[in-house]
Ligand binder design. Structure first.
Ligand code: ATP
Length: 816
């Protein structure tokens, strides 16, 4: 590690662009600098590596015409952190004119030293600001030889590559050939003996930037969530016109070898039929099958039809399935007025969603750690993510596995292709079938069929309706009867209970709020009366969708089992709350929607703050006594200070915050001050309210900065739920249904008249690390801070440190 200190780390983006690449570059640059390394960017992917910096920085014929410009001064003392902050003034790469793509400042320079402020505000930008390219020259030995020489000339010894499987393969080839490249450069007299020794090894790390989510060994690739947002926005918009005209729409979405986008969009938008390469339909019968299914939906009363076709969709004989052909089949066979919409490059563009800001940031930080820890013996790592945990896997293992999927498809081994995708992919496909199928004959025999009650408890959260829709559709497929309990336990006591239908929930995927109506009242308002209602309606199971109240309600019902036999049925809680405060689960439904609402609002606020240059905006968030939304929101918006209930607020803290802000504003280049964000959870302190803090900053800022406040309030519940919340809702809801079925069948085996449900049949479905786990409510109680209505341990609390690291707070405060 010591030997790696003061390393020169370069980052490049390669292959197709994707949202989130800028967040990767920002995180790598900032982390590298804060670890005492030099940060460099390579423009135009591998092409820039090959072009390098023309001698004396004059352009050659391969580079755009222009005048030579001096390069920025190198900092002599790498420990001069504050100098490094000011190394760039935020304008070097980004001036809105595309200057960074060969304009006068950087003409003839493709490998550029950058400073902290050069990557300022990169979060909100789509695509990649450092440019990307597909380089044929880099595919050749000569190209890579020149690239190696260019790196050595600048003294760079570590490279972070963000791109698709092709780019990561290129990175691996480069690293494995490195000793030979060095030897040849030495033989040709291009590098000295000393340079040979100093650059004996190249350290490489890969980050997967690809909108297709086509890389194995990681759950999500950078840019895929944003592309899914773009697709779902388009489909949500198409839905209304499809409904108005009773039309069918066939949408072609990206995904040459991977159907993730088509599948997730199909699940999240409630499509009628999807075509993905991993699970091709029977070549001889898919047209009949599709028509039969869609006609069934129409017969049930549906006015609109949505079919999603992945760009690389095939049938079982590997014949491509094209959107136009699907349209012809629907028009000719079913007489539907059918239109084709090809979403094309709109899927790549636009502002990154919250997840494409947070994950690339965490991955960028990890990439620098991996480079710092790299030795000649360690493999090149690919930084990935598995159910919310940032992971390192050997880069070539991931590339190999990814290529095996395409290979399996070409060999018609579709089972293998599916098995190489992550479990969530397979579960989502099952989820799509379960929620889109409309069987004439239910699957289960009569004696196993149930009356399932579904209730929303607490405040509304994005995904509640999607989860309900999935549960209803599954129930109907199996032969169960799904009942809505409107308005929580109060509604139950008022007999506000209705059976839900397949068609009745059709449009619920995209609906925010709570279609069932929700209430915070717990069952102990009158436990006996609640039990009587359970008995009256003869419920065999209950699913509650909600936040901390739902957990509390489950606890009360579970305790009530000993006195009220009606509660001896499977009882399930599916966490849904924007506060994300349910113990033991890392994600509740609604938390992603809420983060996106926060990011949208903060982008707008930051724009206003930046327009007035030196304004600090104190933004108040909801979240109850849980700082999740404020902390992750700070990470997603680049806020410089975050106040949470867990940490509280005291005078010393505020004194340091003012000191930090004053110093930071004083360091801004003249005329280049920016607006800055401070996020404050609404109940972080009774005394130091948002208004007090804003006024304090205003007073103390003097001529350096001004301050304003904004309260986001209920806007954080979001409008339309995010695609991730919808897809997650379907997955968790279906798992809840199978859990209920399993426990119901176990109870049926009991021979006694009054059945005794085991404790594990009253449980919460949680996401923990890499898996979905059931936790009996009795076991969960010890992990709950009942007074503050949150878990005792929060996985995200450490992220506050990262928020501070990414604004260089420790170094700025330590400055003499
Ligand atoms: P996308 O998923 O968007 O297609 P990608 O990274 O897979 O992204 P590619 O065009 O396959 O895109 O690769 C990008 C660049 O990586 C290529 O233009 C080339 O410069 C380099 N590259 C790819 N494969 C190799 C290889 N085997 N050897 C050397 N360089 C390679």
């Amino acid at each position: 590690m010591a030997e790696n200190a003061h390393m020169k780390i370069a980052v490049l983006t390669s292959g197709g662009d994707s949202a989130g690449m800028n967040a990767v570059v920002r995180a790598i640059v900032k982390t590298a600098i804060s670890k005492g390394c030099e940060a460099w960017i390579v423009r135009e992917g591998y092409e820039g590596l090959v072009r390098g910096n023309t001698e004396g920085h004059r352009h050659t014929q391969s580079v755009e015409k222009g005048t030579a410009t001096p390069r920025p001064k190198h900092v002599e003392n790498p420990d001069d952190f504050v100098h490094n902050l000011r190394f760039g003034d935020g304008e070097l790469l980004k001036d809105g004119t595309g200057d960074h793509l060969g304009g006068k400042t950087l003409r003839g320079r493709y490998i550029v030293r950058v400073g902290w402020d050069d990557v300022r505000g990169w979060f909100a930008e789509g695509g990649t600001l450092i440019g990307t390219a597909r380089s044929t020259t880099f595919r050749t030995w000569e190209g890579r030889l020149t690239a190696a020489h260019n790196l050595i000339k600048e003294g760079i010894d570590a490279l972070a590559v963000c791109g698709g499987d092709g780019s990561l393969t290129g990175a691996d080839v480069f690293r494995s050939e490195w000793p030979k490249l060095i030897a040849e450069l030495h033989t040709q007299g291009k590098i000295t003996e000393e340079q040979v020794k100093k650059h004996a090894h190249l350290k490489i790390v890969g980050l997967v930037g690809s909108i297709d989510n086509d890389m194995s060994m990681t759950d999500l690739t950078i840019g895929a969530p944003t592309a899914l947002h773009r697709i779902c926005e388009s489909i949500d918009n198409i839905n209304s016109t499809a409904f108005s005209h009773s039309r069918a729409f066939v949408l072609e979405v990206m995904g040459r070898h991977c159907g993730w986008l088509a599948l997730m969009a199909g699940v999240a938008c409630g499509a009628d039929f999807i075509f993905i390469p991993e699970s091709p339909p029977d070549a001889d019968s898919w047209e009949d099958e599709m028509c039969q299914k869609i006609q069934g939906h129409r017969d049930a009363g549906k006015r609109k039809t949505i079919v999603i076709v992945a760009e690389g969709a095939l049938d079982s004989k590997l014949q491509p399935i094209r959107a136009d052909f699907v349209k012809d089949v629907l028009s000719q066979r079913l007489g539907l007025d059918t239109r084709v919409t090809t979403l094309g490059h709109t899927q790549r563009g636009g502002r990154p969603c919250a997840m494409d800001r947070i994950l690339p940031t965490l991955q960028g930080v990890e990439a620098v750690e991996a480079l710092l820890e790299a030795t000649p013996e360690t493999p090149s790592y690919m930084i990935g993510v598995r159910e919310n945990k940032i992971t390192r896997v050997p880069l070539m293992d991931a590339v190999k596995m990814t290529q095996e999927v395409a290979q399996a498809i070409s060999e018609k081994n579709f089972q293998k292709a599916m098995s190489l995708r992550d479990p969530e992919f397979c579960e989502s496909l099952e989820g799509f079938f379960a929620t889109s199928v409309l069987e004439h004959e239910p699957k289960l025999p009569h004696h196993l069929r149930m009356r399932v009650a579904i209730m929303h408890v607490g405040a509304p959260a994005g995904g509640m309706n999607a989860a309900t829709r999935a549960a209803v559709r599954y129930c109907i497929m199996q032969g169960h009867k799904p009942y809505a309990i409107h308005n929580g336990f109060v509604g139950l006591l008022d007999d506000n209970v209705h059976q839900l239908s397949w068609l009745g929930v059709d449009n619920w995927m995209t609906r925010g709020g709570s279609e069932l109506g929700t209430n915070r009242k717990l069952p102990d308002i009158d436990l006996g009366a609640v039990a009587a209602k359970f008995q009256q309606y003869n419920f065999h199971a209950l699913m509650m969708i909600g936040g901390f109240e739902a957990f509390n309600a489950l606890r009360i019902l579970d305790q009530g089992r000993k006195n009220y036999p009606a509660f001896n049925i499977p009882l399930v809680h599916l966490p849904a709350t924007i506060s994300n405060n349910v113990p033991m689960t890392e994600f509740s439904l609604g938390s992603d929607t809420s983060l996106n609402a926060l990011v949208d609002a903060c982008d707008a606020i930051k724009q206003s703050a930046s327009a007035s240059r030196n304004r600090v905006f104190v933004v108040e968030t909801q979240g109850g006594k849980c700082g999740y939304i404020a902390t992750m929101g700070a990470l997603a918006t680049g806020a410089c200070i975050v106040y949470t209930p867990e940490s509280g607020i005291d005078l010393d803290m505020l004194r340091n915050d003012v000191k930090f802000l004053k110093r930071r504003y004083a360091m801004d280049a003249k005329g280049k001050s920016e607006g800055r964000l401070v996020l404050r959870n609404e109940v972080s302190s009774d005394v130091y309210t948002t208004d007090v803090i804003m006024k304090m900053f205003k007073e103390e800022g003097g001529s350096l900065f001004d301050s304003r406040s904004a309260a986001l309030g209920h806007t954080l519940q979001g409008g339309i739920p995010s695609p991730m919340d919808r897809a997650r809702a379907v997955r968790l809801s279906l798992k809840s249904m199978t859990f209920i079925e399993r426990h119901h069948q176990e109870l049926l085996k009991q021979q006694t008249r009054s059945k005794q449900a085991p404790p594990e049949s009253a449980a919460v479905i949680t996401i923990q690390g890499t898996s979905v786990q059931w936790v009996a409510v009795q076991d969960m109680v010890e992990h709950a801070d009942m007074k503050n209505r949150r878990g005792k341990h929060s996985w995200w609390e450490g992220q506050r440190e990262l928020v501070e690291a990414l604004v260089a707070r420790p170094q700025i405060l330590a400055k003499k």
